[in-house]
Design a protein around this ligand. Sequence first.
Ligand code: AMP
Ligand code: MN
Ligand code: MN
Length: 344
Amino acid sequence: MPFSLSPDKRAAAHQLAAAFQPGQRVCLITHVNPDGDGLGSEAGLAHLLLARGVEVVVTNPTPTPPRFGFLFEDLPRVDRTAEAVKELRRADLIVVLDISDLGRLGMLSETVRTRGAPVLCIDHHVSAGELPAGARYIDSEAAATGELVFELAVANDWPLTQPAARGLYVAILTDTGGFRFSNTRPRTLRIAAELLEAGVDPEEIYLEVYARAPEGRPRLFAEALQTLVVEPEIGLAWVTVPPGAIERLGVSSDDLDGVVEFPRSIEGVRMALLFREVSQGRIKVSLRSVGDVDVAAFAKPFGGGGHTKAAGLALHGSLAEVQATVLAAARDYLGGNGGSPRHG
Ligand code: AMP
Ligand code: MN
Ligand code: MN
């Protein structure tokens, strides 16, 4: 079965594309602590729009992790708040990618809310949030927002250039964990195949994204994995980033990408968590699940969200307080009352 688009999707893609006019100023924005999907989708869409004579600036609320910098070599991008705010105030259109919620746009959410320009959105999250009005292209079955940008290009006959294809490939590669997670559909691989045909070199992308880590990254993994606790009776496992480790090792929170896969990889684990202090008194929790455990639903009462098998939340409190609260809720959620934990 070749790649195809439903009539509904085609209509939505046409409607979204109709908003772009040559000469317009368009800001692209993704969620705080951007990942490969948010950034790759932005880079892909930026190249597609530049080729159509649209003036594009990527304006993100927090900086780009160094390993994704190669996507933006020929693209205008600002991620310092004051400059991003200035760009957003001049924008004719704003496109929000890989998130549907103002609350996840950090320091830029207020400017996006009050700008008065249409706010378009391209996203695959299950948990919808609030955004100002504008065209939408949303599909929670898509493995990555990058798939949706690809669909936009196909539906509108926008030629897929090599630099655009590289961004979209990074988006899909990273959100599927290298085509391993359950969100990898036949369609995902068909799209990836078309991206390779458009000139993506998979090894080059692999080396940029996964093989240019600072030495501190494996050292950070080592320290975090030392903290592993497993409650085998209920299938719960978690790790904690030692406070201050990220700064001491000279890495960034992006370097934690993948740590939570280790507690998740243990036989019998149904829910895996990663705790870390992101700032004084603010704790972020990454959640992953196996099987039918829905971590997006688990995160919701805490104000978090994400996908069924990969979600997150952030709470105020000390590391110990947040751990106590979230672990108690996790034990409840998994339908057990704890059992005896197994420490490393
Ligand atoms: P992460 O654990 O940061 O890799 O995020 C996994 C998924 O959860 C992503 O889809 C995020 O968008 C989502 N997510 C992470 N943190 C939050 C949060 N505080 N609120 C809502 N969604 C989140
Ligand atoms: Mn994302
Ligand atoms: Mn995504």
